[in-house]
Design a protein around this ligand. Sequence first.
Ligand SMILES: Nc1ncnc2c1ncn2[C@@H]1O[C@H](COP(=O)(O)OP(=O)(O)OP(=O)(O)O)[C@@H](O)[C@H]1O
Ligand SMILES: Nc1ncnc2c1ncn2[C@@H]1O[C@H](COP(=O)(O)OP(=O)(O)OP(=O)(O)O)[C@@H](O)[C@H]1O
Length: 525
Amino acid sequence: MSNQAHRNPLFQLNDFSFFYQDQAEAVINQLTVSLYADEVTLLMGASGAGKSTLALCLNGLYPEAVEGTTKGEILFQGRATQDYAKGKLNQKVGIVFQDPESQFCMIRVEDELAFVLENMAIPREEMYMRILTALKQVGMQDFLYHKIHDLSGGQKQKIALASVLLMEPDYLILDEPTANLDPVSRLEFIETIMRLQKELQQGVLVIEHQAEDWVDYADRMLVLNHASQVVIDDQPATVFSAYREELHAHHIAFPPAYRKELEQALPAIHEYDSAPIMEVDQLAFQYKKQSILNYVSFSIYPGELMAILGENGAGKSTLLQLLTRLKQPQDGQITLHQKNLNAWSEHELRKRTGFVFQQPEHQFIRDAVYQEITFGMQLNGMPAKQLESRASALLKLLHLEKHQARNPFMLSGGQKRRLSVATMLDETPDLLFFDEPTYGQDHQTTKELLDIIHNLREQGTAVMIVTHDMELVAKHCQRAVVLNEGGIAFDGAPDYLWEQTPLLNKARLRSPYHKRFSSKAAIVP
Ligand SMILES: Nc1ncnc2c1ncn2[C@@H]1O[C@H](COP(=O)(O)OP(=O)(O)OP(=O)(O)O)[C@@H](O)[C@H]1O
Ligand SMILES: Nc1ncnc2c1ncn2[C@@H]1O[C@H](COP(=O)(O)OP(=O)(O)OP(=O)(O)O)[C@@H](O)[C@H]1O
């Protein structure tokens, strides 16, 4: 850091601006910054600030892939990015995307990884060993012959990383790569990256909304404002201690070690003495011969906020799909308001329950944000005036007013997630299922989403979230259910869960920061 002036940058951005075709305003506005080899840089900024766009410009995919336009220049190793032959720059600059699915071309893991090596003209006889090494680095050596489609979200993310590691790029960009990983896999992932970074002397750019696990490793932290200009550039520890007001203004979340007050869990609003909304009795599900859920039973009560936890591949998303009737169990029964789930009409079921997917774009069906939000209201026959005012309230609530005419698929990761929440709120559901609510959100929008969740709870909605974010569980949930080896290994108050060290280890969970370091929790004056 201090000797930057004497080093040659790997990337040099000079007054670089980027415009998407359909927008008059620049998404990246006259950005001037240098990035160095052998430096781990943490890039933070509000949702929609342009972080992913910047990543795609750095590896040369943009502007071509979106017909955007640029001004200024990006030099990589002293040469303008557009002067690199097609496909060359993205071998030197590897990206692991926010959404791993967008980078796969093949059906099986083995073929996907072989495809990467073929593009690099690696001889066939070397391929197998290299693929196996990369899979071992991410703990996925048993999945060589699996179909990518059949993997869980976290498992896909690990394959995406393996495919980039195979290229041994000079510069590695990680765009929220750990959000889908269980807490232990997240630490292992970061340790793998740091080990390789040292071995290969790579530069690494980490785009993250939750800095906690990276702070101790990163050499440098950049904060972007809404115009994608660098407003803070310093060492992470200095940034979190000395720029507190600026960080608040730019919606950056503080890692727990830098938060001033101890997080207090919110009081419970569940009503265990009232009838459950949903009852799950002896539910069993398997894929082919692999048992995923092995006769599990539990009930969901009005107003409770319940977290489903477990390692990658534990069956959390599968459980949500069963509870929303997107999948059918092989055995067992699910009832909603004492009526068998299969006996509900599709229309009634969708009115009473909402589901926000892990990958929000999987549920988009219209080609403009406004149409997407009003689609359900129209189906429910909502009168035009009411529909308009509900839609505009939701657009405002979720900060999407500016984007209402845009194609949902063109939104940033955080915006897509907020849109999928909006589509679930045309009426107040009895039960809301939410796969990774905080994924891709900055501090401000996370807070707002949680406010929405708590408002719903006050109206009696039960909310079931799947999450790998233990801080969220500690602060907001009254109940945690841990899935492990097909069964429910824990069902109770999170405070009690944090004391179960053997169980946490087995389920690859970690207790939240203030429990791990209770004596150090209030270190910030
Ligand atoms: N393909 C596209 N076409 C048009 N506009 C886009 C496209 N992709 C992103 N945008 C817009 O550009 C802005 C920046 O998006 P980007 O994905 O770079 O933000 P981000 O900082 O990575 O956000 P997040 O933290 O939510 O992932 C957003 O307002 C987004 O809606
Ligand atoms: N269509 C499928 N065919 C076969 N196996 C599948 C299929 N979909 C998922 N699986 C497997 O079922 C298991 C559970 O997957 P699921 O997506 O429910 O896990 P998860 O707990 O949500 O994981 P993550 O935390 O990574 O999102 C995983 O081992 C996965 O590989």
